[in-house]
Write a new protein. Sequence first.
Length: 156
Amino acid sequence: MTRRAPYDGPVAGRRDRLTAGVRRELRAPIAPSTGALLLFWASLTPSLLPRSAFFQGLVAGAAALIGYALGWLSGWVVRRCGGRLTGTTRRRAWWVLGVAALVGTVVMVTAYVRWERALRAQVAKDFSGAVSIRVRFASRLPKWPAACHEVPQRTD
């Protein structure tokens, strides 16, 4: 009985095509990524009132979405005018964006936490988040069991 060598010709080719397809689908354009990053950072700047973590997350997500759309539009305009990043320039631009994103996000989140603490100290109000909003809302509701089952008092 002879041993057969493993056959990996077309299988390896399929695997390479699959990973290339996944990489292509997960690839993000640089202009929209830059726009999303810049508006995400802008959402971390101080406001007039302190924001809860939940609300800050909503604001940051909406800002990043709008930044992505504006970046896509600016990228489309640049491409229509003939500008395009290719080869080494494209790789360098992604490296610069990646390093800037990492360093800038650490700096902005740190600054955001400091700004929020200072703002809360000035306003002298503790925003503990969405739970406190629900508790405040629920405390203003009428007391349903007592209101529905009130027994009239006798006046003799």
